[in-house]
Design a protein around this ligand. Structure first.
Ligand SMILES: NC(=O)c1ccc[n+]([C@@H]2O[C@H](COP(=O)([O-])OP(=O)(O)OC[C@H]3O[C@@H](n4cnc5c(N)ncnc54)[C@H](OP(=O)(O)O)[C@@H]3O)[C@@H](O)[C@H]2O)c1
Length: 436
């Protein structure tokens, strides 16, 4: 028996919504064959009805209010592609779920802030809530963690989840340019927003990491539990030193199991050049999963853009057409453990430290002594010649240290003592190292 067509309502016809509409149309026959059900868009909503959309939406029911669309009896599935963690996106998704309608969204901000409540509502109403596109655009990472790796115990997930930051860091490394210059270039090319805070200060990565952490470790979704740093402090000197030491610097979201706790962090990270993540340049995204059965698995691909993101949205729509409904967060919300967080002070790993040391006798020895007091030892110490151009040579010597495995609080204490001793001219630069 042929199933009735799946009637889809889309709220948001921008970069992603427009691509989803076109893709559903172009792939209609194939999708019908793949899912056993015709998938047809019957209704849409956006802010401005008069705006040219590059496609004919005249034959579709138009809703000025996405919340009314969400509960309309003209649709079987509500697709939210407006964005924003509050306001119409939240109200419309809640309304659809409340009415028992399945929802597909690409909205990481909504998920990161309200994912628990929305998943609970979806479960109570036996409605699907699918969000593949919310993390790493076209990379099917949600499905990979939730379905593909269901037979594994995941130990660590780490990824390049923000194309803007990866583009800026790649350009800084290739051209020796400053963060500010590369940001302006990224803005000119449309890779960075006019207000870049959300991307370059790590919040976008944190939204995505919060979702991945829940899927990987079965803990409650809690963005507040993450330690978040962005890339503004990275200098060409850091990238050059990393290069010489055999590393690249990437803004990573990292979540790892440490005993019964989860260590979740977003920060610039030195990764060995031999790793898969180090090879990923430009706006591309990538995620590496370490798990007991597969050991190591990396997915690399487009993290944004209308077409790539639409690929993930359409895959979710196809699942719903097939009648697939997973617990949105991998486990029923009541089975998710409380997120027991490892404070970043207890994080243990290698560190890169760049110091501007005053060129006075005994300074480097005194700094090394401060570290030794806390049992911090070094894999390498590189002392460079001070820049000696111009009539007034600098009295500051750049010194780069790489530690062996160290607890972060011990390192921070040692550096506080170094600052108090007065041997350095600027605050130390510290970058965490992930050696795999
Ligand atoms: N762009 C990407 O590469 C990408 C990648 C992954 C995930 N996402 C996520 O996908 C979502 C959409 O992003 P986008 O880049 O497609 O955004 P966008 O281009 O700005 O499009 C937003 C759409 O929502 C509509 N809209 C906004 N407020 C509305 C309201 N109150 N009522 C009805 N419609 C409203 C807009 O209408 P008008 O057209 O009339 O202004 C527009 O069509 C966001 O959650 C974003 O985080 C985007």
């Amino acid at each position: 028996m042929m199933l009735a067509p799946l009637r889809v309502g889309i709220a948001g016809l921008g970069t992603v919504g427009g691509s989803v509409l076109r893709r559903l149309h172009a792939q209609r026959t194939a999708l019908g064959q793949r899912t056993g059900r015709d998938i047809v868009v019957t209704a849409v909503s956006a802010r401005d009805r008069a705006k040219p959309r590059g496609m004919d939406v005249g034959a579709l029911h138009w809703f000025d209010d996405p919340v009314v669309l969400a509960t309309s009896d003209q649709i079987d599935l509500f697709v939210e592609l407006m964005g924003g963690s509050e306001g119409p996106a939240k109200v419309a998704v809640e309304a659809a779920l409340q009415a028992g309608k399945p929802v597909v969204t690409a909205n990481k901000a909504l998920l990161a802030h309200h994912g628990m409540a929305l998943a609970e509502l979806a479960e109570a109403k036996h409605a699907a809530l699918a969000f593949e596109a919310s993390v790493a655009g076209g990379i099917p990472i949600v499905k990979t963690l939730r379905e593909g790796l269901a037979g594994n115990q995941v130990e660590r997930v780490q990824g390049i989840l923000n194309g803007t930051c990866n583009y800026i860091l790649t350009r800084m490394e290739a051209e020796g340019l400053s963060f500010g210059d590369c940001l302006v270039e990224a803005q000119r090319l449309g890779y960075a927003e006019a207000d870049p805070t959300f991307d370059v200060d790590g919040f976008d990565t944190a939204h995505k990491l919060a979702i991945l952490t829940t899927l990987a470790f079965g803990v409650a979704l809690d963005i507040e539990a993450l330690h978040i740093e962005g890339i503004r402090s990275i200098t060409p000197a850091d990238l050059a030193a990393a290069d010489e030491l055999g590393y690249r610097i990437k803004l990573l979201g990292v979540a790892q199991r440490v005993g019964a706790r989860v260590d979740g962090r977003v920060h610039p990270t030195m990764v060995p050049k031999s790793t898969a993540l180090a090879q990923v340049g430009g706006v591309t995204n990538a995620v590496t999963i370490f798990a007991d059965a597969v050991r190591e698995l990396t997915l690399i691909g487009p993290g944004a853009g209308g077409e790539a993101t639409a690929s993930a949205v359409v895959a979710d729509i196809a699942d719903i057409a097939r009648g697939i409904r997973s617990a949105p967060l991998g486990l029923p919300v009541t089975a998710l453990g409380a997120a027991a967080t490892l404070p970043v002070s207890e994080h243990e790993g290698g560190f890169y430290i760049r110091l501007s040391v005053r060129d006075t006798p005994g300074a480097v020895a005194a700094i090394a002594a401060r570290m030794a007091e806390r049992s911090i030892s070094f894999e390498s110490i590189v002392q460079r010649h001070p820049p000696r151009h111009g009539p007034d040579p600098s009295d500051v010597v750049p010194v780069v240290l790489v530690t062996y495995r160290t607890v972060e609080s011990a390192l921070r204490d040692a550096l506080d003592a170094v600052v108090a001793d007065g041997y350095i001219a600027e605050l130390p630069q510290v970058i965490r190292i992930e050696r795999e």
